[in-house]
Design a protein around this ligand. Structure first.
Ligand code: GDP
Ligand code: MG
Length: 202
């Protein structure tokens, strides 16, 4: 019986795929010059390159291991040409989560975050989405304009994780930032699925 064979071969594959592969689409958003490209490239290549193309939006695909599980990352390094800081409708429809980036040496970039958050909420019509708040350039301690406490406070307000990182000096915290937000995504998807299963009895 053919359908029996098909079912027998297909089912374990689907089950395995569901349990061991996860995907996270990350949109890296924030004002110009905060280090969005530096962070994306640092995560993907473990290297720091001083200058990046300022005009091109880049999308990267990268498979790695998070907590012993295979994770496929798609990272969209946005370009903030104007006030929206890269938060276009199509970007916000596409992504699973948002990395909100400011620079700890730029008060102006930190002050731009609430407006960016508002743009995201309006575009998504209030539908929640996992986020992480990132204060980059913590290596430039002598130039700091935003305290760690201020970043923490804002993250508490947003109900999202927060990390200060340095794309230029440190691989580990940058990696942790992407891993952290991917865990938020997995948890978010798991909760949504539980909800759908409950409502539709699937
Ligand atoms: P983007 O516009 O947000 O993509 O910012 P870029 O990634 O192009 O970075 C802007 C500038 O900040 C570049 O000159 C980078 O070399 C520099 N930069 C990025 N991250 C860091 C960092 O963690 N520390 C320091 N000192 N400089 C950084
Ligand atoms: Mg850039």
């Amino acid at each position: 019986d053919q359908s029996g064979i098909q079912g027998g071969t297909l089912r374990p594959y689907l089950k395995r795929k569901k349990s061991s592969f996860a995907e996270t689409k990350v949109a890296v958003l924030g004002p110009h010059g905060v280090g969005k490209s530096a962070l994306s490239v640092r995560f993907l290549t473990k290297r720091f390159i001083g200058e990046y193309d300022q005009s091109a939006e880049s999308k990267y695909k990268y498979t790695t291991n998070v907590d012993g599980e295979t994770m496929i990352f798609e990272v969209l390094d946005t370009v903030s040409e104007n006030e929206d800081c890269g938060a276009r409708d199509d970007v916000l429809r596409w992504t699973d989560c948002i990395m909100l980036v400011y620079s700890v040496v730029s008060r102006k970039s930190f002050d731009a975050i609430p407006e960016l958050k508002k743009t995201i909420e309006e575009s998504r019509k209030g539908a929640s989405i996992p986020m992480i708040l990132i204060g980059n350039k913590r290596d430039l301690a002598h130039m700091r304009e935003v305290s760690t406490e201020e970043g923490e406070k804002l993250a508490v307000e947003y109900g999202c994780p927060f990390l200060e990182v340095s794309a230029s000096e440190d691989v580990d915290t940058v990696t942790e930032a992407f891993h952290k937000v991917s865990r938020e995504v997995i948890e978010f998807k798991r909760r949504s699925r539980t909800f759908i299963d409950r409502v539709f009895g699937a």
